[in-house]
Design a protein around this ligand. Structure first.
Ligand code: HXC
Ligand code: NAP
Length: 262
C-alpha cells in the first residue's frame, strides 16, 4: 500500500497527461504528493485534463507541446523548471498509433508514429536528463511501452518498432545515467480501457471481443492499474531498480502452451 506522501514534493512531467493513461498517472502522482505538469498538443485535452485534476484538488501546470519538436520540448522543460523550481520525474507517455498493414503504411504515417514515440521520448529524456544532471541529486524516467515489444504485433509495425526503440533507450540510459543517480525504467501494458486507444485501435465490437479472448485474466486493464505501477517505479520503493521493463497485461503476452484446459 502506498503512503499518501510517497512522492511528496517531487516534480513530475507527464507527456500526454491530459487523457487516458497519462491522466491517470498525473492523478495518482498528485494523490501521492507530487507536483505535476502535463504536456500535449491539443488545448482541449489539456483543458479537460486540468479540470479533472483540479476537481481532484490538484494544481497542475499544463504546457502545449509537440514532443516531435525538440525546441518545444526544451521550452516545456524550461517552463516547468521556472514554475515548480525543478524536475525530478519524467513520464514518457505521449504516443500515436493506428492499425495499418505494413505494405500500406506511408512514409508519413511511419514518421508520425516513430516521431512521437521514439524521437519524442528521446527529446524529452534528453531535456529532463540535462536538467537533472546539471542540478545533481538524481531523478527518474519511466516510459510507457506496449506488451508487443516482446512479441511484435501485426498491424502496428510503426508503433512496435518505436516502442522497442524506447525499450532499448531505457536500458541504455539506465547504464549511462546510473552515475547521475537517474533511474530509467518502463512499463509495457497490454490492452487498457482508454478512449484514445479504443478510437485508434479497437473501434468495433468484433475487435474488442477478439482481443478480450487473448487475455488470461479475462478482462482489460484499467488506466489506474498502469498508474500504480508507474508510481511504484518512480518512488523510493524501486530505489534499486533501473533498466527494467514491467509488463502489465493480465498475462496476454505469454504463450498459451500446447494444451488447452479452458
Ligand atoms: C493509415 C494513417 C492512419 C490510419 C493516419 N495515417 N491515420 N494511415 N491508417 N488509420 C497517416 C496519414 O494518412 C498521414 O500519412 C500520416 O499518418 C500522418 O497523419 P496526420 O493525421 O497528418 O498526423 P498527425 O496529425 O501528426 O497525427 C498523428 C497520428 C494520430 C498518430 C496519425 O492518430 C494521433 O495524433 N494520435 C494520437 C492519439 C493516439 O494515437 N492514441 C493511441 C495510443 S494507444 P500521409 O501519407 O497520408 O500524409 C497505443 C496502444 C498500443 O499506443 C498498445 C495496445 C496493446
Ligand atoms: P491516448 O489517450 O490517446 O494518449 C495519447 C496521448 O499522447 C494523448 O494525450 C495525446 O495528446 C498525446 N500526444 C500524441 N501525440 C503527441 C505529440 N506529438 N506531442 C505531445 N503529446 C502527444 O491513449 P492512451 O491509451 O492513454 O495511451 C497512453 C500511453 O499508453 C501511450 O504511450 C500508449 O502507447 C500506451 N499504451 C496504451 C495501451 C492501451 O491499451 N490503452 C496499451 C499499451 C500501451 P494530444 O492529442 O493532446 O497531443
Amino acid at each position: 500500500m502506498f503512503t499518501p506522501s510517497l512522492l511528496r514534493d517531487q516534480v513530475a512531467i507527464v507527456t500526454g497527461g491530459g487523457t487516458g493513461i497519462g491522466l491517470a498517472v498525473a492523478k495518482r502522482f498528485g494523490e501521492l504528493g507530487a507536483k505535476v505538469a502535463i504536456g500535449s498538443r491539443n488545448a482541449k485535452n489539456l483543458e479537460e485534463g486540468t479540470a479533472e485534476l483540479r476537481h481532484a484538488g490538484q494544481d497542475p501546470l499544463a504546457v502545449q507541446v509537440d514532443v516531435r519538436k525538440p525546441e518545444q520540448v526544451d521550452e516545456m522543460v524550461a517552463r516547468v523548471v521556472k514554475h515548480f523550481g525543478r524536475i525530478d520525474i519524467l513520464i514518457n507517455n505521449a504516443a500515436g498509433n493506428f492499425v495499418c498493414r505494413a505494405e500500406d503504411l506511408s512514409p508519413n504515417g511511419w514518421n508520425a508514429v516513430v516521431g512521437i514515440v521514439l524521437h519524442g521520448s528521446f527529446y524529452c529524456s534528453r531535456a529532463v536528463g540535462r536538467h537533472i544532471i546539471a542540478r545533481g541529486g538524481g531523478g527518474v524516467i519511466v516510459s510507457i511501452l506496449a506488451n508487443y515489444v516482446w512479441t511484435g504485433s501485426a498491424g502496428t509495425v510503426h508503433s512496435a518498432a518505436a516502442k522497442a526503440g524506447v525499450m532499448s533507450m531505457t536500458q541504455t540510459l539506465a547504464v549511462e545515467w546510473g552515475r547521475h543517480r537517474i533511474r530509467v525504467n518502463a512499463v509495457a501494458p497490454g490492452p487498457i480501457e482508454s478512449p484514445g486507444a479504443a478510437r485508434q485501435l479497437w473501434n468495433t465490437p468484433e475487435a474488442v471481443q477478439r482481443i478480450s479472448g487473448t487475455i488470461p485474466l479475462q478482462r482489460w486493464g484499467l488506466p489506474m492499474e498502469v498508474a500504480d505501477a508507474v508510481a511504484f517505479l518512480a518512488s523510493e520503493h524501486a530505489s534499486f531498480i533501473t533498466g527494467e521493463i514491467l509488463t502489465i497485461d493480465g498475462g496476454a503476452w505469454l504463450g498459451r502452451g500446447p494444451f488447452e484446459f479452458v
